[in-house]
Ligand binder design. Structure first.
Ligand code: CMC
Length: 428
């Protein structure tokens, strides 16, 4: 139940309203704080700041709970698919068979890029990181759809489906381009994840083998990444959307925010770290000592989370899946042994325990992707494909909110105070 809270400000009572979420978390609504006190709040990194009310995803970091629209992630991972989960996130309910068929049909109808877009790929150097290509090409795609103004218009379902479908085509094309391989067009007969693998690994006239266990493993990776409430990239998407920029522009900004190694780029950084440890013949012990000593500013990548302070439920599912996929493919990866050793040591080490640092979703996902044959620089691209429904759902929530205002934080200014302009000749 919403209520009020009484704080003491400058010796006087200050009454502020509270907002209580459906899972019981309480936020103090400070919308009137500046008007009442002349002060603003300061919360670098936003660890204590709720930027919005949202009905999409719930996380309880202390208990390791993650739910999409009220459904537990473990149950969705077991029973649902990425496409069905995407529908759930965007539209709020699990689809009926007719709704799912319609949604899948829209994904298929929109899987082809505008032919003109193929020329844009030629402009990138062969060394371009696929995340650079992805964000540029998503934005470029918006120029081929001039009707793409905002989500309130009735064509939102088409734009949403187009984006979910085309992000996968762009991703596969960027991989093919980077490796000097011919682009493979999507096949209308294939489902979402199988189609992505087809575009990645087939050759003209020679379709790749689509092993069901691999398709399922990748579909699960997409599903587990599909949303994660107000993380850095989703907040970016909402921030851009708040200015009423279009869906593609907002999603393109989300890709850029995701790229960094503290966020989605961690999956690539984990593999790079494991490879380095392996190359040095270390079993992880030496590396962890350096992390704890903070020499060289190293972090144990794939560990720690701003919200999860117990365990990341996605990491538990992915670790299990990792063992399964490697066994099914008869792959023995020394990097998996190093990862397990690092985890084992860290989970019993005072440094990590006292800081509540546990494996996150990125710790084992890269090992699965590597076993499937996905190159390392594509890992974060796959994260972006998975996260697209979450970004779209958040974009829609911003657009559907009649009270939504442009996001515009304030600051505490710490620069020079007013001074006079000095002509160039007088400057030292
Ligand atoms: N290895 C070593 N020390 C760490 C790590 C780590 N992975 N993460 C946090 N710490 C330490 C940090 O040095 C600090 O120590 P001290 O108190 O001595 O200064 C303390 O723990 C708190 O760290 P923080 O940077 O204030 O924590 P944060 O909540 O701002 O950062 C994080 C969260 C995820 C960015 C961070 O844990 C990290 O850099 N992890 C490694 C990168 C990573 O795996 N990112 C993927 C996150 S999950 C996927 C996603 O959603 O993006």
């Amino acid at each position: 139940m919403n209520g009020t809270v009484e704080l003491i400000f400058d010796g006087k009572p200050l009454v502020l309203p509270t907002v209580v979420g459906t899972e019981g978390e309480v936020g103090i609504d400070i919308a009137t704080l500046r008007a009442k006190t002349g002060c603003i709040t300061l919360d670098p990194g936003y660890g204590n700041t709720g930027a919005c009310e949202s009905a999409i995803t719930f996380i309880d970091g202390e208990k390791g709970i993650l739910q999409y629209r009220g459904y537990d992630i473990a149950e969705l991972a077991q029973k649902s698919t990425f496409v069905e989960t995407a529908y759930l996130l965007i539209y709020g309910e699990l689809p009926t068979s007719a709704q799912l068929a319609e949604f899948s049909g829209l994904l298929t109808d929109n899987e082809m890029l505008h032919e003109g877009m193929r020329h844009h790929f030629e402009g990138f150097p062969p060394t371009a990181h696929p995340m650079a290509i992805l964000s540029s090409m998503i934005n470029a795609a918006s120029s081929y759809h001039p009707g793409l103004i905002n989500a309130r218009e009735e064509r939102f379902p088409y734009h949403a489906a187009r984006l979910i479908s085309q992000v996968r085509t762009i991703a596969a094309f960027s991989y093919r381009k980077a490796h000097g391989l011919p682009s493979i067009y999507p096949k209308t007969t294939l489902k979402y994840t199988a189609n992505f693998l087809h575009m990645m690994f087939s050759y003209p006239g020679e379709d790749c083998e689509l092993k069901p266990e691999i398709v399922r493993a990748l579909d699960l990776i997409f599903l587990l990444h599909a949303d994660h409430e107000q993380n850095c990239s989703t907040s970016t998407v909402r921030m851009v959307a708040s200015s009423r920029a279009n869906l593609f522009a907002s999603a393109s900004a989300g890709v850029c925010a995701l790229w960094g190694p503290l966020h989605g780029g961690a999956n690539q950084a984990v593999l790079e770290m494991l490879e380095e440890i392996h190359k040095e013949g270390d079993d992880g012990t030496k590396f962890l000592t350096a992390v704890k000593d903070k020499t060289g500013n190293r972090r144990l990548m794939g560990f720690g989370h701003r919200v999860y302070k117990n365990f990341d439920p996605r990491a538990v599912i992915i670790k299990e899946q990792c063992d399964k996929v490697l066994a099914q493919l008869h792959v023995s990866d020394p990097l998996l042994d190093i990862a397990k050793k690092l985890e084992e040591i860290a989970l019993h080490d005072e440094y990590f325990v006292s800081r509540k640092l546990y494996p996150n979703v990125d710790f084992y996902s890269g090992i699965i992707m590597r076993a499937i044959g996905i190159p390392m620089d594509m890992f974060t691209v796959l994260f972006a494909i998975g996260r697209m429904p979450g970004w779209i759902a958040n974009f829609k929530e911003v657009m559907d909110d009649p009270d939504s205002r442009i996001s515009r934080p304030r600051q505490i200014y710490t620069g020079a105070t007013l001074r006079n302009y000095k002509p160039l000749a007088e400057r030292a």
